[in-house]
Design a protein around this ligand. Sequence first.
Ligand SMILES: Nc1ncnc2c1ncn2[C@@H]1O[C@H](COP(=O)(O)OP(=O)(O)O)[C@@H](O)[C@H]1O
Ligand SMILES: [Mg+2]
Length: 457
Amino acid sequence: MAKVKTNYTCTECGGVTSKWTGQCPACSAWNTLVETVIETGANNRFSNQHQGLAQSAPVLSLADIEAIDVPRFGTGIEEFDRVLGGGLVSGGVVLIGGDPGIGKSTLLLQALANLSKLKKVLYVSGEESGAQIALRAKRLAVDAKELKLQAEIQLEKILGTLAEHKPDVAVIDSIQTMYSDALSSAPGSVAQVRECAAQLTRVAKQSGVTIIMVGHVTKEGALAGPRVLEHIVDTVLYFEGDTHSSFRLVRAIKNRFGAVNELGVFAMTEKGLKGVSNPSALFLSQHDNPVPGSCVIVTQEGTRPLLVEIQALVDSSPLPNARRLSVGLEQNRLAMLLAVMHRHAGVAAYDQDVFINAVGGVKITEPAADLAVLLAIQSSMRSKPLPRGLVVFGEVGLAGEIRPAPRGQERLREAAKLGFSLALIPKSNAPKQKIEGLKVVGVERIDEAINRIREFE
Ligand SMILES: Nc1ncnc2c1ncn2[C@@H]1O[C@H](COP(=O)(O)OP(=O)(O)O)[C@@H](O)[C@H]1O
Ligand SMILES: [Mg+2]
């Protein structure tokens, strides 16, 4: 293949030079020059008509175009299908990002093994050898005899394989390890990642193969490579979760074929990732009888509400400076809540160590957890359990007011579904219609919340 001509374009001003320099000669910005393929009108690689203006795609009325629902096929992994919006789409391109070791390759190997029973699948790995993947398949005990494997990092060869074998689904693990002959920059560079992703997407749209690309993330947690990558592909998924805990969340950030912010919940096991179909009860610990210092909150993760138990322990401190420690919740917020509790409810904790914990290693960042934290602390201080079947949410403000949380109705419905019978929530979140089996108490202030709870003890 003849070398494609390239030049360097500034990402700031669009200025073009033939050689790479540290500073853009046009706008004097530093480190903005990126290698790009020179497009000439005559052999534009992306054009399917060579006659210029002579032929263009016909203009149609929307009414004349048949609205065909995109056919989907499942991956055999329910939680994965859920984030995909119901399954994979022919010709669709999916990008999956996440921290190293979080389980991207594991999930895709499991999905491909399932798919290989019905479809032609190809796994292209630029990171691991065939032997390593075979070893993983053995450990996961997946049936993947029909799975085709290629350890390759050169884009043109991969495109050749796609044309020759015509798989229905292909996985590229990962896009950062691939390089195109057309560019001289190293694999993983902005230009290479963009070029490889664009070429693969073009092939997917032309031939109808579904392509799943794995993408690395930077230290900040964003997908490495150009932002345009997210615009090129149809679906962007992110793996979340702490590598120390066994739970993994897969979240959809963008989806042209389904709802975004859908959440797939998995548990990492010896045999790979197992879907957790009912995650709302995952982060509750099992108590036969209510215990002091425990309060359940309904938090909203994507479109699915999750019930999480917040635990608090308050103990008299032997130290001059009492300790405040929080796991899974914000530390600074804890100090603030203790101050609010003192000023507006008259409960002092300055000589007490306060520890709070969100059960199950889940991280809660939303302020709607405030009320639950306060009630758990209060309950631990008084050594009195909160009422049985109580669920709580609401943000606490510095003036001691209780502010509403988004999607209150959904949270309440989920709590009722799981058998909770009493909800203490911000007054403005109180539902207009009664929710079957759930008594709702709306409160406006923190002292009011503490007093109302005592009625049910
Ligand atoms: N022998 C093993 N037993 C159990 N779990 C393992 C084993 N080897 C790897 N894992 C799990 O698989 C994860 C690696 O997942 P992988 O799919 O390779 O991640 P990624 O492709 O996202 O970098 C590890 O973090 C570990 O939790
Ligand atoms: Mg991997």
